[in-house]
Design a protein around this ligand. Structure first.
Ligand code: NAI
Ligand code: A1CAB
Length: 275
């Protein structure tokens, strides 16, 4: 394989769970050289560790073995940041870039646990990153050099779309919309399937219909340049079945107000995770 994803040095992944693992999967698929990657995750299941090691990635090597990484991806849970970061802080050199994907954790909070003047990008990806169809919003601190921003850009764009933003205060709302958003979509599948069962369909058929409907609609949205509203109207015959359903979904207390409440709850939780 040609190694086309070049970040100008090695990558250390701190935490290889669902999101860190999804990003790594995307990067390896796009040509990040496995020999340039190390993973630190003390609780990684043995099968996952063996799979990474087989791919040529250093898994839980002794810190003395690790050189100075070009990029450290912080993909641990926000709740373990205070415990986990101090152990890797000594690995940081003056040119090491930290990319955090931790929900809620602010650049200031991360910086307090790393050497002074560390370059930090705070990013919020989502799990479709695993198939190169994620979307990430990212904000750099003042110590990120153009070369480091380029490395972060290459890494984050390799997993899908990327939006650089200047205002860190937007990240909690980003988290609530696109970071957590895939879960809302998967729940839509569950709810649609359950409603199908309630309407008389066998449960397995209802699930196949719901799953294919959401996946196909997502793909149509992806390939189309039409606004979502137009794609919705294309389904909605005047006086037809869709209009009857949308009168419920778009009526008082419908999906829009429910979604607003859900997104505000997620944003509030992100703020709580900061401390
Ligand atoms: N799952 C998602 O869809 C998204 C998650 N995030 C963020 O990504 C981060 C990770 O979330 P998930 O992957 O969902 O959680 P996860 O629980 O699947 O992964 C966290 C990993 O960190 C490991 N870990 C625990 N203590 C550690 C330590 N001291 N050193 C190194 N690794 C350690 C765990 O063994 C686990 O594999 C969180 O901060 C979350 O806010 C961001 C965007 C989306
Ligand atoms: O649920 C969470 O806290 C993380 C952040 C965004 C998606 N998952």
């Amino acid at each position: 394989m040609t190694h086309s994803l070049d970040i100008g040095g090695s990558l250390l992944l701190l935490g290889a769970g669902k999101m860190g693992g999804a990003m790594l999967e995307g990067w390896l698929a796009l040509g990040l050289a496995p020999g340039n990657v190390a993973v630190l995750d003390p609780h990684l299941p043995a099968a996952a560790a063996a799979q990474l090691a087989e791919a040529g990635i250093a898994v839980n090597p002794s810190l003395a073995f690790l050189g100075t990484p070009a990029v450290v991806l912080l993909a641990i849970k926000p709740q373990v940041m205070e415990a986990a970061l101090p152990s890797v802080a000594p690995l940081f050199g003056p040119d090491t870039l930290a990319v955090s994907i931790m929900a809620g954790k602010t650049i200031a909070g991360i910086a307090a646990l790393l050497p002074p003047r560390t370059a930090i990008v705070r990013a919020m990806p989502n799990t479709p990153a695993a198939i190169g169809r994620g979307i990430t919003a990212a904000v750099p601190n003042g110590f990120v050099t153009p070369a480091q921003k380029e490395a972060a850009d290459a890494l984050l764009r390799a997993t899908g779309a990327l939006e650089w933003i200047d205002d860190e205060s937007l990240i909690d709302a980003v988290t609530a919309v696109s970071g957590s958003g895939p879960a809302y979509v998967f729940h839509l599948v569950e709810a649609l399937a359950a409603a199908g069962s309630a309407a008389g369909l066998p449960a397995d058929l209802a699930m196949r219909l719901a799953r294919a409907t959401v996946a196909g609609s997502g793909e149509l949205l992806h390939r189309s340049d039409q606004p979502a509203g137009t794609l919705r109207q294309n389904v909605t015959s005047p006086g037809g079945t869709t209009a009857a359903a949308l009168a419920v979904l778009m009526g008082e207390g419908g999906l829009a107000s429910l979604m607003e409440k859900a997104v505000l709850a997620a944003k509030k939780r992100a703020g709580e995770l900061a401390s």
